[in-house]
Structure formats: C-alpha cells, structure tokens
Write a protein that binds this ligand. Structure first.
Ligand SMILES: [Zn+2]
Ligand SMILES: [Zn+2]
Length: 237
C-alpha cells in the first residue's frame, strides 16, 4: 500500500524538488544545509547561544530587554535553506511544508509544553489571507497542537487592522507599527482565562508582533505565554 502511494505521490524534497526515498521532507543535501537549532538556545527567544550554554540561559538581548513572554524556541535559523524554506512556505503555495515544518517545530517547542497549554497562531489580517490563501502560522500551529495532543484555537487572536509589511523596518518602527493592532477575539475570552498560551509564528525577527500577541493574551487573563517559531533571524536590524 505504501509503495503504491509512493508511486502515485512520489516524495519530493521540500526545498529543491529532488525525489526522495524517505518522506522526512528533505533530501540529504538540503537536510545538511538546513540550520536546525540543536544546542540549548536562549530560553526566551530561541536563538543559538555562543559558547557553552545550559538549559535556561538567556542571550544578551533578552537579558538586557526581558521579553513579555516566558520562554521561546525556534526550530531553525532564518538563513540558508531555513530562509529558502520559509519563503517557499509563505509565497509559494507549498502547504505540504506544514507537515514536516510543523513536526520540527513541535519538537523544538517540547520543553515549553504543559498539560493545559493552548496553542494559537499569530493572526494575519484577512486581506493577507486572501492574498496568500492561507495563514502559514495557523498551519504550523495546527500541526504542533495535533502532535502534542493540545487544545488548538485558530482564532484566539485577531488583527482587525491591516498593517504595513515589517520587512526592512528597525526594531522601533516594527514595535510602533504593530502596537495595539492585535486583540483577543472577544468570544474566546473564556477559553484563555488562566491558561498557558503557546503562540506560533513562522519567523521571528525582533519579536515585535509576538510581543503584541503576548500582551493581548496576558490582558485577556492568560496565566503565562510562550512562543515557538519555525525560523529565528539570528541578528536583528
Ligand atoms: Zn533537496
Ligand atoms: Zn534571547
């Protein structure tokens, strides 16, 4: 049966389209070129730490400017094949990436998860969803929730106002642009009270959007918030 499925739907590498034997998503070459984050990373923003690191350590940025959320993880760096993959996922209609990418993200997010964790994606404005046809963060979040058997709330947060694209903006500009634009969906207020929320996004640059989402969750009564992203931009600005 599996052989038949393979014949009908041969597995393709998610980034170079090379045919692959095992359906783990990437050909060996692309796998080796994907910057997965493995060592204990910064416990708040998920970026790799320099030198000998221990579970729970923070990077200099997170120590100087504590994050609003408690803990964070990223599956890979937004560089090389990690960047190529995110761009394909975002603009290339490759929703099949969500399965593999969601599994990598679920593994990276494992230390953050507790029994009452509620998984929610960073919201897109509806206009963006129309343009892209899907919210890539929601696809990832659904996969993370499924693999860990957690509650999933796709419309926990909403973005009633469309904001400009943040690409190329400084940290301050990003913060200002997204400030106050993300809200908890009123009918979800009951779901969030007293819960640990795990926010999922595809990429984290400065964390401005995730900070706004965290603020909205805490104001709505979440007990604490963690974040997990597919790819972390190593250096900001
Ligand atoms: Zn490949
Ligand atoms: Zn950090």
């Amino acid at each position: 049966m599996q052989t038949l499925a393979k014949l009908i739907y041969p597995a393709q590498c998610l980034t170079c389209d090379e045919m692959i034997e095992v359906a783990r998503g990437l050909c060996p070459k692309c796998w080796s070129q994907t910057p997965f984050i493995v060592d204990p990373p910064c416990d708040a923003c998920g970026r790799p730490l320099i030198g000998e690191a221990q579970e729970g350590d923070l990077c200099d940025d997170c120590r100087a400017n504590p994050r609003l959320w408690d803990r964070g993880r990223a599956a890979m760096l937004y560089a090389g094949n990690g960047r190529a993959m995110v761009l394909r996922f975002k603009h290339g209609d490759r929703t099949d990436l969500a399965r593999s990418a969601g599994a990598w993200l679920a593994r990276a997010a494992e230390p953050l998860i507790c029994e009452d964790t509620l998984v929610a994606p960073v919201p897109l404005h509806w206009l963006r969803i129309v343009q892209r046809r899907y919210n890539q963060s929601a696809l990832l979040a659904a996969q993370v929730a499924k693999l860990h058997g957690l509650d999933y709330c796709p419309d926990l947060l909403r973005r009633p106002v469309a904001t400009r694209k943040l690409d190329g903006m400084t940290a301050d500009q990003r913060h200002e642009t997204v400030s106050g634009v993300i809200k908890v969906t009123p009918k979800r207020a009951k779901v969030i009270a007293g819960r640990h929320v795990l926010l999922i996004d595809d990429v984290m640059t400065t964390g401005a959007t995730l900070a706004q989402c965290t603020r909205a969750c805490l104001e709505a009564g979440a007990s604490h918030v963690s974040i997990a992203v597919l790819a972390r931009v190593a250096r900001e600005g």
